[in-house]
Every structure is written in structure tokens, then in C-alpha cells.
Design a binder for this molecule. Structure first.
Ligand SMILES: Cc1ncc(COP(=O)(O)O)c(C=O)c1O
Length: 421
């Protein structure tokens, strides 16, 4: 198809041209004397993205799933108890991994569309008199349902119950897009991947570990090899990796960090919020509901939009892709067919997102949904226009006077006009 593919899945996201250019290089020796001058500052500067000064960043050639595994395997032992809420596909998959690794998971079953239940976490922590719970697993942004949960709230629950469990946070679809404060919120292991807020291809699993988490490493007995923090720390201390790192991804990560810090993290968060609000205005104008059940849980990186009974959300996605070259996110597991998702994170602005909203609008009408043409686009436009920052005054060339054609020229124009139509 001519034109660009419109990528509106909630990861992978669009990779800015400057990052693509930074990655486009000949391969180099990852054991050269130059390599540490690339790797060491990347590991150091990553900490700014996580907002930690005391933590340590690890970069694995993996994805978010690998980063989940690294966080568990380096700090826990077989049979250890962990506490986790299940309220969407990704919180489910992390629980499933913990179980498959031999951990005992106390699961707080929660409605999909709700956020992580802080009060129930707190009750479970308070009831754990023997301090058997070694870690709390918390999904900051549940990408499957478009729900953001309160990380500061879970830290307060741990503090109020004076519970020593490690706080592990999945920030795969929040970090570098939604406010995340590792040190301030006392997060012990923060997990992300490269293909969302960092605007890179998939290929890196990134974990930041607190000193408290690192102190657990020696006594943690879960098997680990590829994801071993010890091997990584030893190699990273000299500026190298214990195995062959992806050079293009490291160059890309350098450019990604620079891009984010140049915009300013707070501006990045504000931009995501504004784009999300415009998308939510469109959803409202369509007369549809979000899967997220209350505004306090609305995600600024992904909107999961429920389709009415009798409509298959998968068909909306299929039509959007095949007819309009627009990629929308699917409903997963128990949400399959019941919703579609618009990812609004990464390298994105209003006009790009209007394209996605317009394509979704067309596809919904194509599959028989009663949507007023232009309603979502119009609502998003008006939201963004009304919240746009005033522009600085600028001298523009004056408007040319309206021309009056001379009588002879006007006659000639009239005579030829018909022919040219
Ligand atoms: C919240 C969340 N956690 C974990 C993952 C798994 O990450 P990956 O697919 O990079 O392994 C995803 C992927 O979309 C996610 O959205």
C-alpha cells in the first residue's frame, strides 16, 4: 500500500528518524577499547529515566518478559511467596511466570478494567504476620485493559504495614511515558522493554534494581544464567557485557535517552496525557466506553475501547489494517473481540493521532457500528485546539490584496474555464 503504515498498537511504537539513523551503523567490536565510552554512560543515564540515583540499571538483550524473569530470578528462591493482583493479560502472564519458576503466588483476582486493588494488597500484607511474602508484584500500566495503577499507593501500603517485601513494578508500558519515580516510590525492581516509551525496536529487557534488591542476590536461589545480575554487574563495572550486546540497540538507546531528556521527562508525560485526553474525547463522542472503569485508572499510553454486543472487535482491527493500513491493538484473552486498543505512546503528536482516530472511525463504520462520521476526529481536534499552548507572536507577510481581473483578461478566463474543467 502507498503511504505509511499507521502504527497504533501499544508497542512497538514509532521509532523517530534520529533514533533509526543512530542505529544504522556498521557493526563494531564489542570488546574494543572504545566500547565502554558507549555502554557506561548509557547505563548511568538510564537511571534518569527511572528517576533513581541509588539504583542500578541492567540492560539484557531480551524483551519485557526477560526483564520480568531477571527481577524474580535474582532476588527470590524456590517456594518463596509473592503477592500479585491479576487484572489483565500482562499481570496474568507475570503471575504465570512466577508460578512456573516455582514461586508461590498469592493472587488477588480483580475485575479486568479495574486497577490494582491497593486496599486488598494492604489487607494481605497486614495479615502476613510471619512475613512470608517476599515480594509484591505490581503492574503499573496494564496494557491489555488500558488501566494505570497507583504505585505510590502500594508503597504506602507496604510502609503502613511495615512490611519488608520487595516492591517489583512492571513499567513496560508506563516508563518513559507516564510519571514513574523509582526512588521516591521505593520501587525495588522496575522493569521495562525497549519498544514502548523508549521508542526503539523490541530487543532490550531493562531492569533497574534498588540496593535493597541487590542485597537479596546472594541468598536468592532461583536458577539463573543468562539473566544473572552478578555476571552483568561484573562485566558492566568494566564497561562491557558478559555476552555479545546488540550494538545498534545500544546506539539507539543512547539516542532515545537523549531525545527524552531534551524534551524533558515532565513534558513527555504532559504530552502523553494531552494526547490521551484527546483520544478519550473521541471515544466519548463515538458513544463508546473504555474498558477502564473509572477516570482514576485511565491510561495515558493506551485506550482499550469496548465495542457493542454483536460486533467483533477483531473485525474492526482487521478492516482497519487491510483497508486503511492502520494497526490497532487487539483484545487479549477474555477481552478478545470485546474491545480494540489505540496505543498513544512514544513518538506521537496530534495530527498523527488524528490519523489513527479517523481510521478507527472508518473501520468501525465499515463493520456496521453506528458512529457519526467525523465525530471522534472532531472531538479530539477541539480538545487539542482548546488546550494548545499560545504561540509566540511572529511577523507574517501581509495578505495580498484581492485581485480584480482586468475586463479583457476576465473574458478570456471565462472562455477557457469551461474547457479546463
Ligand atoms: C505491561 C506489560 N508487561 C509486560 C509485557 C511483555 O513485554 P514483551 O512483549 O516485551 O516481552 C508487555 C508487552 O506488551 C506489557 O505491555
Amino acid at each position: 500500500m502507498a503511504g505509511r503504515n499507521f502504527l497504533f498498537v501499544p508497542g512497538p511504537t514509532n521509532t523517530p528518524d534520529r533514533i533509526l539513523r543512530a542505529m544504522h551503523r556498521a557493526m563494531e567490536d564489542h570488546r574494543s577499547s572504545d566500547f565502554p565510552s558507549l555502554a557506561a554512560p548509557v547505563l548511568e543515564d538510564l537511571k534518569k529515566i527511572f528517576k533513581t540515583s541509588s539504583g542500578q540499571a541492567f540492560v539484557f538483550p531480551a524483551s519485557g518478559t526477560g526483564a520480568w524473569e531477571a527481577s524474580l530470578a535474582n532476588t527470590l528462591s524456590p517456594g518463596d511467596k509473592v503477592l500479585a493482583a491479576r487484572f489483565g493479560m500482562f499481570s496474568h502472564l507475570w503471575i504465570d511466570m512466577a508460578q512456573r519458576l516455582g514461586l508461590q503466588v498469592q493472587v488477588l483476582e480483580t475485575e479486568w478494567g479495574e486497577g490494582a486493588p491497593i486496599e486488598r494488597y494492604q489487607e494481605a500484607l497486614a495479615a502476613d504476620k510471619g512475613r512470608e511474602i517476599k515480594a509484591v508484584l505490581f503492574t503499573h500500566n496494564e496494557t491489555a485493559t488500558g488501566v494505570t495503577s497507583d504505585v505510590a499507593g502500594i508503597r504506602t501500603a507496604l510502609n503502613d504495614t511495615k512490611h519488608p517485601a520487595l516492591l517489583m513494578v512492571d513499567g513496560v508500558s508506563s516508563i518513559a511515558s507516564i510519571d514513574f519515580r523509582m526512588d521516591e516510590w521505593g520501587v525495588d525492581l522496575a522493569v521495562t522493554g525497549s519498544q514502548k516509551g523508549l521508542m526503539l525496536p523490541a530487543g532490550l529487557g531493562i531492569v533497574c534494581a534498588s540496593q535493597k534488591a541487590l542485597a537479596q542476590y546472594d541468598q536468592a536461589r532461583l536458577p539463573r544464567c543468562f539473566f544473572d545480575f552478578g555476571d552483568m554487574r561484573k562485566a558492566n563495572a568494566t564497561g562491557y557485557f558478559p555476552y555479545t550486546p546488540s550494538l545498534p540497540m545500544l546506539y539507539g538507546l543512547r539516542e532515545s535517552i537523549d531525545t527524552l531528556l531534551e524534551e524533558g521527562l515532565e513534558n513527555v508525560f504532559a504530552r502523553h496525557h494531552r494526547l490521551a485526553e484527546g483520544t478519550r474525547a473521541a471515544v466519548k463522542a463515538w458513544g463508546l466506553e473504555l474498558c477502564a472503569r473509572a477516570p482514576k485508572w485511565y491510561s495515558d499510553t493506551v485506550s482499550a475501547i469496548m465495542v457493542p454486543a454483536g460486533i467483533n472487535g477483531a473485525e474492526v482491527i482487521d478492516v482497519a489494517y487491510r483497508r486503511y493500513n492502520l494497526a490497532l491493538g487487539a483484545g487479549l484473552a477474555r477481552m478478545a473481540g470485546r474491545l480494540f486498543r489505540i496505543g498513544h505512546l512514544g513518538d506521537l503528536n496530534e495530527c498523527m493521532l488524528l490519523g489513527g482516530i479517523a481510521g478507527a472511525e472508518m473501520a468501525m463504520r465499515d463493520v456496521g457500528m453506528k458512529i457519526t462520521p467525523g465525530s471522534g476526529v472532531g472531538a479530539a481536534e477541539e480538545y487539542w485546539r482548546s488546550t494548545a499552548k499560545p504561540l509566540a507572536k511572529r511577523e507574517l507577510p501581509p495578505r495580498a490584496p484581492d485581485a480584480q481581473p482586468a475586463p479583457a483578461a476576465a473574458q478570456k478566463e471565462k472562455a477557457t474555464a469551461g474547457a479546463s474543467r
